[in-house]
Design a protein around this ligand. Sequence first.
Ligand SMILES: [Zn+2]
Length: 631
Amino acid sequence: MAKAEDKGGRVSSQAPANKPEKGRSNTPGPAEKERRGPEDGSSESGRRPSGSSARAQPGGGDGNRRRRGSRGGRSRQGPPGSVPRADDAGQNDDSGGSAGQDAGRRGPGTPATEAGKDRNPELPERSIEGRPKSREAAEAALVRRKPKIGDTMPAPSSPQPPVKRRRRRKGAGGGGEARPVEAVLADEEPLELDEKTLRRRRGRQRKGKAVGRYLMCVHVRPEATQIAVLEGRALVEHYVSRPADDISQIYGNIYLGRVQNVLPGMEAAFVDIATPKNAVLYQGDVQYDREDIDEGSEPRIEEVLKPRQMIMCQVTKNPIAHKGARLTQEVSLPGRFVVLVPHSRTYGISKRLPDEERRRLRSVLDKCKPAEHGIIVRTAAENVTEEEITRDVVRLLKQWEQIEALAGSQRRPGLLYREPDMAVRVIREEFNKDYRGVIIDETGLYDDVRDYVAGISPALADRIQFYDREKEELPLFERYHVHQQLQKALDRKVWLPSGGSLVVEHTEALTVIDVNTGKNVGSSSLEETVFRNNLEAAVEIARQLRLRDIGGIIVIDFVDMEIKENRDEVIRVFRDALGRDKTRAQVFNISELGLVEMTRKRIGEGLLESLSEPCEACDGRGVTIHEELLG
Ligand SMILES: [Zn+2]
């Protein structure tokens, strides 16, 4: 019986206690780490300020036998001679694998009879997309993240919970349904910290001014909130969120879903989560009870999920363009210091922490960890007091109990738990004393964020500043040259300091970056010139990938170098530069043709996608056709 099988009309959120892929050790394996993200900085994602991360397939080695499911859409033709047919959308049809191939797309000759009912989008990317075949190769290619920002975070708890400022949608189903659970961000009782602890956590100051490498600028407009992270004066990260968006920005939200149709051929199921488009649950993200399944390794998806079955699930990937949201049945709740994994045996403490600190945290957790739930301790828990951690656990437990109760009382698909607004999530995950400030140009959001930080990190509350648009001469993003830098980050071409350049091209399957040398070849040898140019390119590419939030497979064509040591050095510098990026990346060695293949984890939609629309004139092709020669 599956995790949340319909039991007499009620949903059980009880996950099986014997999840097969869960380890008991406190040292999560690679797949575990990638899935969890938060406890391991190297797998945290920039565009994903929430705590849980897209889940890896358990036992990475099984990737080979899986087909690539993500691009079953636009570009794929039906089998020769196949008859155009209506989509299976909305039907409870679990027959035949071909359904998946047609899902979410409508061929030119397809009758649009069910246009209104077509809720099945294209399949989102699976986590095996762009994964190396062997675990050894993956391990060798993984870029080790430098332990720095965000690794340690300050204190929790607040006098009062932040005011709900945003215009939230009412319960997803509308019409008198219960409201979804909101994150419990703070306690009723403020936490008392002694003066010594407070002092240790206060950031550095110089002449009364906060000092820190990073600055966060939050610019609010009616149509969107944007967050720019500056390192020094250089823009390094950028986030966009549309207000009260319960449709496209749903990462981390928990839903009660109804299985619409199961597609055995795609090893996936479409799930109605009361959003305009159905979401997708892949076989590897399905939970099931070992005892209910016959002998054999992994059950097939159609054995575990049936149409109309109600399941509790969490979004691990936002819907992007034509692709549906991706779901997992393994729910987790991120807090400031720990992640609660309900009804699981997971018990993880970041390997990033020193042994002694891990021992201390384990003894703290042994006291406050609920027996029936799993816990992952985040790196931010380092040096945090026992009381602070216990409070975090209690807050998450309270949250989970509310979610479970709500799930039990619902009979229709709908939102159960909503992650907080983007600004609060980014602060929860990122803000620490390396930030000299967070500048916000809207009063309501400023009040919320200041309250929140005063609660979780009182020593840093004065770093939250209000930017009064009425009084300031320039808009916030002009003042810090953010707009200017964003414009540049949208260009295809990027100039390098010595006259060389990069050209960034996006294709459906991957991103290609071409490195060019400048015209001015200096006095030294050609090899030396090329080497210098490639070194500059390596650093700039790392910066651009992060700023542009480019994910998936990336192929870089460095200028050819003859000397092996030079090639190795370019890769070394490149990996080193990528270490600043908290998003997970893997870089492989230069191929015979001088290409570097790499992957970077994708969570968000990318800078270009978030700030642009495809051109209508050329349909994204970038050329206009000489129609007169074709008529
Ligand atoms: Zn165009």
